[in-house]
Design a protein around this ligand. Structure first.
Ligand SMILES: [Zn+2]
Length: 160
């Protein structure tokens, strides 16, 4: 019988900003200035957030090595952090955005943090790569090759 462990969580702070595109006041968590090696992922509907530690992250180490060893320039140049988002287990079957943060209303990537008012705390779960870790090498090759295609659209639904 599987041991039903509660998921690992992390407390982060929400910040309120005005979306520069739709002008709604929106909130999303941001990590502090000393968050080297840490990331947040956001589902493409903009609603859910997950925490990622890059240090001691086996999938991240694998992806970095894979890109480094790959002989195809297109694949070598892929951003390992974006690949990591694409390969993560999909909570409630929702993909992760390769951009962070996006507006939960208009989905536009936010580049300007004009207001940046710290508001409430939020508990976020750790992202996982259980599905990816169980794939065969052949399947992994196929998936990552797909990411290197010129017509690859990371915001489109992608089946592992
Ligand atoms: Zn917006």
């Amino acid at each position: 019988m599987p041991f039903n462990k509660s998921p690992e969580t992390k407390i982060v702070y929400n910040f309120r900003n005005t979306c520069y595109r739709c002008f709604n006041d929106i909130e999303y968590p941001l990590l502090g200035d000393f968050s080297y090696g840490e990331l947040l992922f956001q589902t493409i509907d903009g609603k859910d957030f997950y925490y990622v530690a890059l240090i001691d992250n086996e999938t991240f180490a694998f992806v970095c090595q894979y890109l480094k060893d790959n002989t195809q320039q297109k694949i070598k140049k892929l951003d390992p952090q974006k690949i990591l988002a694409l390969l993560a287990d999909k909570p409630g079957d929702k993909e992760f955005s390769i951009n962070y943060p996006i507006c939960p209303i208009c989905k536009q990537k936010q580049n300007h943090f004009n207001d940046n008012v710290r508001t409430t705390q939020r508990v976020v779960e750790f992202a996982k790569w259980t599905e990816f870790e169980n794939l065969t090498e052949e399947k992994i090759d196929k998936i990552i090759a797909e990411f290197g295609r010129p017509d690859f659209d990371p915001e489109k639904k992608y089946e592992i």
